[in-house]
Design a protein around this ligand. Structure first.
Ligand code: LAN
Length: 751
């Protein structure tokens, strides 16, 4: 599953090179309309690998919007969809794709590489040129940069992108750079960036450590036990992403680790602020943050807490206690590095840990081991090179893809594709626990789980395990011929053990671990831009995925922990019902948003045997979805839903194929079509028509290519930052049309 970009002079034929250039040009020309890459370069690279098709889609099979699509039309659309999607599959069985979106990741990498003097050895001139292309493509018309590629300008995004351009060798007089600098100055200067921005600027040497709210490493020495009271706030109880970012940050903060003050750094001190660097009031700067950036304002208690700790730094900084705390931090940093084979849990701690290893010892083996794994995070598309939000979404996409293709009843025509996917799912199940003792490193069990990306990464996740398990069971039910050899029962049992262990006392499931502390801890969330990050919360997605996986497992394997599964599902369903909103929807946390959440809510209840005829919850869920269905039969939700937790229709006339896929899947799962099939027909029609419209902006109609257009960005984390799931545009239309075909056109699920 490893994805690494290498530059090769004159690779490909002249025609292919020209096509690549054209794709880049088209993106740049249209960048104000289309912000997200459609992975055109990937499509070009794989073009010609289609195993069959294209099949003619007879549009006469789509009469009125409320009338059923003809079986032949739906089948042709599905065959094209699958054969195109198959052509993008890697030989190892996964689907590569752009997992970019956030604009605050690559800058951390560039700063980290700069202070460790590794920038020029790690990044070739071609890497740098592609990164500059990316930054140019994503500057907003007002000169600033957003938190993510679709967002309005923020200080965090703008300062970071500006610094990135400069570290990549761009002159301060360059048009993009000059416009960004003007934006920064107009909005008060870099002291108004968020706490993470301040932190990285401090490491680079263009911001003072006195201008930062403290991140004391001594927190790691607190007692863990809840009985001590303070144990509730031990970082070992934080959400793993928060914990793993806090860990290296507190190390670097505790050491005041700053790189060399090179001429470029000294020049940036002048460029980033409207006034002289020497006259900045650092104490006041601690709590400054631009209005554009503020998603989660500090509650008063933080001001008090940070002020106290700020004063305490005079004693702590350089003390023996500090030395002990720093040592404790490095112990945990090395553990994380080793247990993820230097990929680390995410793009932020990856770079931070690398920088920590360097400050601990610039010649260390540990630092060197970090370098090759940087490439795992980079991705090139027609908008240039970016750092991705993870080392990919390999396992997650593959598990969904398997279920999508299987749902169509056409799996018999996709045998090679499914077999390859089966190998990938087999190879990437987490085979071993992390190094013992797990408790000492605050780790949950992982043997038998599935990760989000690759086995090398190896962190277990509740819903990734659940989707991995469902994919494995689906493949088994297709038979050896199509789905490959079944996984040994013990490995499925291991996964079930992990799933059961993840359930929280209130019946819900969180992401990587159990909920370990009280939500009140959110009061000390210092990030300003992210919401709900301090502890691991229950989510409808994770809860639903675990419920449906446990039920599918129990149906195939009555031999393992059946009673516990039954009880767990019962509590889980009760939990899901308890978080349904009065309007019938569920808020989705990891993609946009109510269409996503309501799909998960509905399938969980359906798996437990409910449908619209008997279930008031499902009737309300369907009523909610129908109230948002648009003129063209589809759904289109804006990312503002995720931020505001209120439904927002997306702009533009055309519905979004991914939202439409989720909504249609939810209606079908609830058996709404048995009451009224017209909304489902309209949705299917919308998906089939959108399939021909390959590019939203170019308005090119590539009849029957089988691809769907990449529309606005679908994924989200921490309420406020968007992230791209490139494969969703294929997976969810195929899946929804597949279920539609089975439910309404009487097609058997048999291969
Ligand atoms: C992810 C990606 C996958 C995602 C799902 C499995 C889809 C979800 O159902 C559970 C949460 C999870 C695992 C998730 C959590 C937050 C992540 C790790 C990300 C969105 C990918 C990137 C993001 C991470 C926090 C980004 C780094 C930024 C920080 C603020 C640390």
């Amino acid at each position: 599953g490893r994805q690494v970009w290498c530059w090769e002079e004159n690779a490909g034929t002249p025609d292919e090179r020209e096509a690549v250039e054209k794709a880049r040009q088209v993106f740049t020309e249209n960048r104000q309309h289309q912000k997200h890459a459609a992975d055109e370069l990937l499509r070009l690279q794989y073009a010609g690998r289609r195993s069959c098709g294209p099949f003619p889609v007879d549009k006469r099979g789509l009469s009125g919007s409320g009338a059923p699509a003809s079986a032949a039309t739906v089948e042709a659309s599905l065959r094209n969809g699958i054969s195109f999607f198959e052509s993008l599959q890697c030989d190892d069985g996964h689907w590569p794709g752009d997992y970019g979106g956030p604009m605050f990741l690559m800058p951390g990498m560039l700063i980290g590489l700069y202070v460790t003097s590794a920038l020029d050895s790690v990044l070739s001139p071609q890497h740098k040129a592609e990164m500059v292309r990316y930054l140019n493509n994503h500057s907003n018309p007002d000169g600033g940069f957003g938190l993510h590629i679709e967002g309005p300008s923020t200080m965090f995004g703008t300062v970071f992108s500006y610094v990135s351009l400069r570290l990549l060798g761009v002159s301060p007089d360059d048009a993009t750079a000059a416009a960004a600098r003007a934006w920064i100055h107009e909005h008060g200067g870099a002291t108004w960036t968020t706490s993470w921005g301040k932190f990285w600027l401090g490491v680079l040497g263009v911001y003072s450590w006195d201008g930062m709210n403290p991140m004391p490493p001594e927190m790691w020495l607190l007692p863990y036990s809840k009985w001590t009271g303070i144990g509730w706030a031990h970082p070992g109880r934080f959400w793993c992403h928060c914990r793993m970012v806090y860990l290296p940050m507190s190390y670097l903060y505790g050491r005041r680790a700053t790189g060399k003050l090179t001429p470029l750094v000294m020049s940036l001190r002048d460029e980033l602020y409207p006034g002289p660097y020497a006259s900045i009031d650092w104490n006041a700067a601690r709590n400054q943050v631009a209005a554009e950036d503020l998603y989660y304002p500090h509650p008063l208690i933080q001001d008090v807490l940070w002020w106290t700790l700020y004063k305490a730094e005079r004693v702590l900084n350089g003390s023996r206690l500090r030395k002990r705390a720093l040592k404790e931090c490095m112990k945990h940093i090395h553990y994380e590095d080793e247990n993820t084979r230097y990929i680390d849990i995410g793009p932020v701690n990856k770079i931070l840990n690398m920088v920590c290893c360097w400050f601990e010892n610039p010649d260390s083996q540990e630092f060197k081991l970090h370098l090759p794994r940087l490439y795992d995070y980079l991705w090139v598309a027609e908008d240039g090179m970016k750092m991705q939000g993870y080392n990919g979404s390999q396992l997650w996409d593959t598990a969904f893809a398997v279920q999508a293709v299987a749902s169509t009843g056409l799996a018999g025509e996709a045998g090679a594709c499914l077999q390859a996917a089966a190998r990938f799912i087999d190879a990437n199940q987490v085979a071993q626990e992390a190094q013992q003792p797990l408790e000492e490193y605050y780790r949950h069990i992982s043997r038998g789980a599935w990760p989000f990306s690759t086995g090398d990464h190896g962190w277990p996740i509740s819903d990734c395990s659940a989707e991995g398990l469902k994919a494995a069971l689906t493949l088994t039910s297709l038979g050896r011929e199509l789905g490959g050899p079944p996984l040994p029962a013990e490995r499925l049992h291991d996964c079930v053990n992990v799933l059961l262990s993840y359930q929280n006392p209130d019946g819900g499931w969180a992401t990587y671990e159990n909920q370990r502390s009280h939500p009140i801890l959110e009061l000390i969330n210092p990030s300003e831009t992210f919401g709900d990050i301090v502890i691991d919360y229950n989510y409808v997605e994770c809860s639903s995925a675990c419920i449906t996986a446990l039920l599918s497992f129990a149906a195939q394997h009555p031999e393992h922990r059946t009673n516990e599964i039954e009880m767990s599902v019962h509590r889980g369903v009760r939990y899901i019902k308890s978080i349904q909103r009065p309007d019938g929807s569920w808020y989705g946390n990891w993609a946009v948003s109510f269409t996503y959440g309501t799909w998960f809510g509905a399938v969980a209840l359906a798996a437990a045997g409910e449908d619209v005829h008997g279930s008031a919850c499902l009737r309300r869920a369907c009523a909610f979805l129908l109230s948002k269905q648009r003129q063209d039969g589809g759904w289109g939700e804006s990312y503002l839903s995720s931020q505001t937790k209120e439904y927002h229709q997306s702009e533009g006339e055309a519905s979004h194929v991914v939202n439409t896929g989720w909504a249609l899947l939810a209606l079908l799962a609830a058996k709404y079509h048995e009451i009224d099939a017209a909304p489902c027909h309209a949705a299917a029609r919308c998906l089939i028509l959108a399939q021909a419209r390959v590019s939203e902006v170019k308005r090119e109609w590539e009849e029957a290519s089988g691809d769907w257009p990449q529309q606005s960005i679908s994924g989200v984390f921490n309420r406020n930052c968007m992230i791209q799931y490139a494969n969703y545009r294929n997976i969810f239309p195929i899946w929804a049309l597949g279920e539609y075909r089975t439910a309404l056109l009487g097609a058997g699920t048999s291969a």
